[in-house]
Structures are given as structure tokens and as C-alpha cells.
Unconditional design. Structure first.
Length: 108
């Protein structure tokens, strides 16, 4: 049996055909997770890839025809990936005004 090619439309959680074929989202999420694991060992964490994984899992968790145990698992994993994303997000540096107030050194 030849491998099925996955198009961009198949991976869009908003596209109606995906809810009729959740195995495409499962396949894509597993594929993306494998890439995330491989890339994190080589060059560090990829925030964009983690975000796509989280969206796929969140979309799977909302498909009513999916088995309850799989929906619950996808919901839990979506929340875990959201935590990974939050931790990887760059933190904003304090503004100049806050730095001036804290340090007490103001130059004009």
C-alpha cells in the first residue's frame, strides 16, 4: 500500500474533512513530535514547532467522534505542550523606565 501524502489542507484544524478523518491529525501530530525531539537534540527547542503540535492536539481533543480516552489524552497533552511553549517564550526585558526607577540612576 503506497504511503498517503498529507497536504497542507489536511493539517488545517479548521478544515471540515479533518474532523471526518482524525487519523490524519494523529499522524501529523506524531510526525511533528518526532521532529521536535530530533531537532531539540541537535539545535535546541523550536517554539514554532511546539505551537503547531499543541494546536493539532487541541484540535483532536475537540473531535466529538474520537474515542473518549483519546480525546482526554489529547487534551492533557495539549495542556502539557502549552506549558512547554510558555516556558520557552522569551521573557521581555524591563523597560528603560522600570530600570531607571529600580536603579535610581536617571540621565537626560
Amino acid at each position: 500500500m503506497p504511503a498517503q501524502k498529507i497536504s497542507a489542507n489536511d493539517l488545517d484544524p479548521a478544515a471540515p474533512p479533518v474532523s471526518a478523518r482524525p487519523e490524519i491529525l494523529v499522524s501529523a501530530a506524531l510526525h511533528l513530535m518526532s521532529h521536535y525531539a530530533a531537532e531539540s537534540q541537535e539545535e535546541g527547542r523550536c517554539l514554532k514547532l511546539a505551537s503547531v503540535i499543541e494546536r493539532h492536539l487541541r484540535a483532536l481533543a475537540t473531535i466529538p467522534d474520537l474515542a473518549p480516552v483519546l480525546r482526554a489524552t489529547c487534551q492533557q497533552l495539549s495542556q502539557q505542550w502549552a506549558t512547554v511553549i510558555d516556558r520557552a517564550m522569551p521573557r521581555p526585558s524591563p523597560s528603560r523606565w522600570i530600570a531607571v526607577r529600580v536603579n535610581g540612576s536617571r540621565t537626560r
